[in-house]
Design a protein around this ligand. Structure first.
Ligand code: C2O
Ligand code: CU
Ligand code: CU
Length: 457
C-alpha cells in the first residue's frame, strides 16, 4: 500500500517448490514464493519501506544493489534477520562467523529506502556473510525498479513492452534440484586445485526463472532490462540473426539509469551484477522470424538465452529512441582529492581471494572517503573480477590507461574487469556517512572474503 509520502511492501522469505524443468520439482529459497522475487517499483524522491519477514530456517540479509541507501538499510552482511520463530541454534551458527558490526534482529525488519536517486534498474538480493552465493543460487534475487519524470517524458517503449530479464545459470540434478556445491576449498589437500575457484557455474540459462524461454513479440520496439544475476558467469549477448545493417542492441541505460545518448551494439557484454537497458526494434525483422538472443561466451546450452518469435501482423509503433536521453554531468578528474588502489588478487590456496592482500576484515576498512569529495579509485586484477561499490554510482575513466570500454558509459555500480587489467573510476560518495563496502561480485569470490569495508565520513 501507499500513503502521502511512502510506498510500502511486505515480503515473506520462504521455502518454495517450483516447476522449472517440466515435470520436476525444484526446491527454492524465495522472496514471497517466487523466483525471481516480486518486481518492486518505486518513484524517485518518494520513500519506500520494505518489510521482510524471515520464514527461512537461517539468517538473511537484504541488500538493494544500486540503491543510494543509508547505512542501516543497506544490507550490510552482518545486519542479519534471524529466522522468525526463534531457532536459537542459529545464534551458535552465527558464532562461527567473524565478529561483525550490526545487531541481528529476529523474525522481521523494515528496510527504509529514501530513493533520492534517478530512475534505474536496481535489484535486491541476499548478502549474508559467507553465504551470498548459496542464497542467490537458491533464489533470493529480484528486481527493484525506480522511475522518474525525466525518463517518463521520453517516448521509450513502456508498459508490457518494458521487460525486466533476470538472467542466471543453474545446474540441476536428476531429481530436478539445484544443489549448491560447497565452495570452500579443501585446505588440507595441498596440490589439489580447489574447485569453484572461478565461481559456481550452471549448464542451463534461466531467464526470469525459465530455461531459455521463447516469447512472442510484435513488430515493435521493446525495452529489455538485462540483469546478469548469475553467481559467476559472464555473458556476451548477440542477436541471431542480426538485423540488416547490424547495431540491433541499442543500449539506453546501464547500472545507474539512462545514458546520455543511445549506443548501438552488435554484441553487449555483462559481468555478474551488471545491468544494461536495451531497446530492440523487431520491425527490423521479417514477420515470422525467430530472433535468438545468444550468449557467445557460452558453449552448448549456455549459448541459448532466449528467443523471440516475431509476429506476422503489422503494427504501428508510437515509440522511439531519442538522440538525447539524459544529461550526464561528468565528474572532473582534476577535482579528485585522493587516488586509491585496490588490488583484486588470489594469494594462493592458503590465503585465497583478497583485496590489497587482505581477506575481508570489518575491523580493517580499506578507505575512509569524505562525503562529497571526488575520488579516483583504481582496480587492478589478476583474473576476471566484477568490482562493485555500495552507496553511489561511479564513472569509468579508463581501462589500462586507454579509453573506457564500449559498455562503460553512464553511471555504473559494478564493473566487469578483464584479467590483468587496471581500470580507473571517479566516485563521489554523498548524503549518507557510514560503513559501506566494495567487493567482487563473483559471489564465490565474495564469499571467499574478496570484500572490504570503507568508512564514509
Ligand atoms: Cu549486489 Cu554488495 O552486492
Ligand atoms: Cu550492492
Ligand atoms: Cu572476483
Amino acid at each position: 500500500h501507499t500513503d502521502a509520502t511512502t510506498d510500502y511492501y511486505e515480503i515473506t522469505q520462504q521455502p518454495a517448490v517450483a516447476e522449472i524443468i517440466p515435470g520436476y520439482r525444484t526446491p527454492l529459497w524465495t522472496y514471497q514464493g517466487t523466483f525471481p522475487g516480486p518486481t518492486l517499483v518505486s518513484r524517485s524522491g518518494r520513500r519506500t519501506v520494505v518489510k521482510h519477514v524471515n520464514k527461512l530456517p537461517h539468517p538473511v540479509v537484504v541488500h538493494l544493489h544500486g540503491g543510494h541507501t543509508p547505512q542501516d538499510s543497506d544490507g550490510y552482511p552482518g545486519d542479519m534477520i534471524l529466522p522468525d520463530g526463534g531457532h536459537t541454534d542459529h545464534l551458535a551458527h552465527m558464532g562461527m562467523m567473524p565478529a561483525l558490526p550490526g545487531i541481528p534482529v529476529v523474525g522481521s525488519r523494515e528496510y527504509v529506502y529514501p530513493f533520492e536517486q534517478r530512475a534505474a534498474t536496481l535489484w535486491y538480493h541476499d548478502h549474508r556473510m559467507g553465504f551470498t552465493g548459496q542464497s542467490v543460487w537458491y533464489g533470493l534475487a529480484g528486481f527493484h525498479l525506480v522511475h522518474d519524470d525525466e525518463e517518463d517524458r521520453l517516448p521509450l517503449p513502456c508498459g508490457d513492452r518494458d521487460i525486466p530479464l533476470l538472467i542466471t545459470d543453474r545446474a540441476f540434478d536428476a531429481d530436478g534440484a539445484m544443489p549448491y556445491p560447497s565452495v570452500h576449498p579443501d585446505l588440507h589437500s595441498p596440490g589439489v586445485t580447489p574447485p569453484y575457484m572461478n565461481g559456481v557455474l550452471g549448464d542451463v540459462i534461466l531467464v526470469n526463472g525459465a530455461p531459455s524461454p521463447i516469447t512472442r513479440v510484435q513488430r515493435l520496439r521493446y525495452r529489455l532490462r538485462l540483469l546478469n544475476a548469475s553467481n559467476a558467469r559472464r555473458y556476451r549477448f548477440e542477436l541471431d540473426p542480426q538485423p540488416p545493417g547490424g547495431g540491433g542492441i541499442v543500449q539506453i541505460g546501464s547500472d545507474g539509469g539512462l545514458l546520455d545518448r543511445p549506443r548501438a551494439h552488435d554484441s553487449l557484454q555483462l559481468a555478474s551484477a551488471e545491468r544494461a537497458d536495451v531497446v530492440i526494434d523487431f520491425a527490423r525483422y521479417a514477420p515470422g522470424t525467430r530472433v535468438r538472443l545468444r550468449n557467445t561466451l557460452g558453449t552448448g546450452r549456455t549459448t541459448e538465452v532466449l528467443a523471440f518469435d516475431v509476429s506476422s501482423h503489422a503494427s504501428v509503433d508510437d515509440t522511439m529512441v531519442p538522440e538525447q536521453l539524459s544529461t550526464m554531468r561528468l565528474l572532473d578528474p582534476a577535482t579528485a582529492t585522493v587516488t586509491r588502489d585496490f588490488l583484486f588478487q588470489n594469494r594462493g590456496e592458503e590465503d585465497g581471494w583478497m583485496i590489497n592482500g587482505q581477506p575481508y576484515d570489518p575491523a580493517r576498512p580499506l578507505a575512509t572517503p569524505r562525503l562529497g569529495e571526488v575520488e579516483r579509485w583504481r582496480f587492478i586484477t589478476d583474473v576476471h573480477h566484477p568490482v562493485h561499490l555500495h552507496l553511489d554510482h561511479f564513472q569509468v575513466l579508463a581501462r589500462d590507461g586507454e579509453e573506457p570500454g564500449p559498455y562503460d558509459h553512464g553511471w555504473k555500480d559494478t564493473l566487469g574487469l578483464e584479467p590483468a587489467q587496471a581500470a580507473e573510476i571517479l566516485v563521489r560518495f554523498t548524503d549518507y556517512p557510514g560503513r559501506y563496502m566494495l567487493h567482487c561480485h563473483n559471489l564465490e569470490h565474495e564469499d571467499m572474503a574478496m570484500m572490504a569495508d570503507y568508512l564514509v565520513t
